[in-house]
Design a protein around this ligand. Structure first.
Ligand SMILES: *Cc1c(COP(=O)(O)O)cnc(C)c1O
Length: 357
């Protein structure tokens, strides 16, 4: 061990899903959108002038925050943008969760939350989902230093009705409640309408899933102006120029094309419902996902084995070994109809190795 090791921050990092080198692989493992971004994005890309790259970008990314504010009917001072929602959520953790009391989040959820909490030395207490994988609102009414949960939750896909979200926000006026709406555009209802009523509510969304722009890294927060200002103070104490000129221009173009967005998300919802029916026909358990993914388990298959067999066939899905309670589930991103057909063709002929479980 080197002499300096005791004086170093050590963390266990988040492990993202695999990005296979093989471009012919069917990629249903990281909840990316199978369709390209809005046509206006390609045009905005053609209009980018490399000569302007010698200048720093607008640190407030005001073109983009203005377009997002217009879309959601909020003030521009209620919008905070960053490098994917991972960036804006990390900034929200750093700013909003500054208490000796533990923050609360579900035991089965986005596995980045405990990583940020550990990184920033924020105490936390995981709250177990009930036996149907639902969030119990009563668990979020104890003393705490803040709350975060995704809605719909990941990887279960289950959507919590807005009155339950409101119950949690209303019960916690002394802390910030972050609702991570990474998948809200696939059929759920945003907590946006609660913003005018509760100044402790913060909403996070992303361009990575519903807007087909995971590679461009754009995410945003919506909240009350005073809170957004405080989050900006932290951001400007860390890195003023998070958004590149390209991200600002292309993100703005993506928001402007509302019709394409609607068609694209509807297409994914249709494929999701068709895929869900098919999974059920094949004997899988499959809940009511409101995301662009399905969370499935087969009573006769071992998830780890099926995961490996699919991978051998060039079909990538996601398997989480922990927590134990979900270790026999697979999370399958909703791809194109053709990609899902290839998946089901594989599953129809799949016979696991014989073994008594
Ligand atoms: C995908 C995802 C994010 C982060 O997405 P970015 O690509 O960083 O915008 C955040 N929260 C949840 C629940 C997600 O699934």
């Amino acid at each position: 061990m080197s002499k300096w090791e005791n004086n170093i921050r050590k963390v266990v990092p988040y492990v993202p899903g695999e990005q296979p080198k093989d471009t012919s692989a069917i990629k249903l493992n990281t909840n990316e959108n199978p369709y390209p971004p809005a046509p206006g994005v390609a045009e905005a890309l053609r209009n980018l002038d490399p000569a302007s790259f010698r200048l720093y970008p607008d640190p407030s990314a005001s073109l983009l925050t203005e377009e997002i504010a217009k879309l959601y009917g909020v003030g521009q001072d209620q919008v905070f943008v960053g490098v994917g929602s991972d960036d804006v959520l990390a900034m929200a953790f750093l700013t909003c969760f500054h208490s000796d009391k533990p923050i609360l989040f579900p035991d089965i959820t986005y596995s980045f939350y405990d990583v940020w909490a550990d990184l920033f030395r924020i105490p936390y207490e995981k709250q177990p989902l009930d036996e149907t994988f639902r969030i119990r609102t009563e668990d979020y009414k104890k003393e705490n230093g803040g709350i975060i949960f995704p809605n719909p939750n990941a990887p279960t896909g289950l959507f919590m009705p807005l009155d339950a979200v409101e119950e949690i926000v209303r019960a916690n006026p002394g802390v910030i409640v972050i609702v991570d709406e990474a998948y809200i555009d696939f059929g759920g209802t945003s907590a946006l309408g609660l913003l005018s009523k509760y100044d402790n509510l913060l909403i996070a969304q992303t361009f990575s899933k519903s807007r087909s722009m995971a590679g461009m890294r754009i995410g945003f927060l919506l909240g009350n102006p005073a809170l957004i200002r405080l989050i900006n103070d932290c951001k400007y104490s860390f890195n003023s120029y998070t958004m590149s000129q390209a991200a600002i221009a292309l993100g703005t173009a993506a928001v402007r094309d509302r019709e394409y967005f609607y068609e694209c998300t509807q297409k994914i919802i249709r494929t999701r419902e068709r895929a869900k029916k098919k999974f059920l026909e094949l004997g899988f358990l499959c809940g009511d996902s409101m995301g662009n993914f399905l969370f499935v388990a087969h009573p006769k298959y071992r998830a780890a084995e099926l995961f490996a067999a699919l991978k051998d066939a060039g079909i990538y899905v996601r398997h989480f070994c922990t927590p134990e309670r979900i270790s026999n589930y697979l999370r399958v991103t909703v791809g194109t109809d053709n990609e899902m057909d290839a998946l089901f063709a594989f599953l129809e002929q799949y016979r696991p190795d014989d073994r008594s479980n």
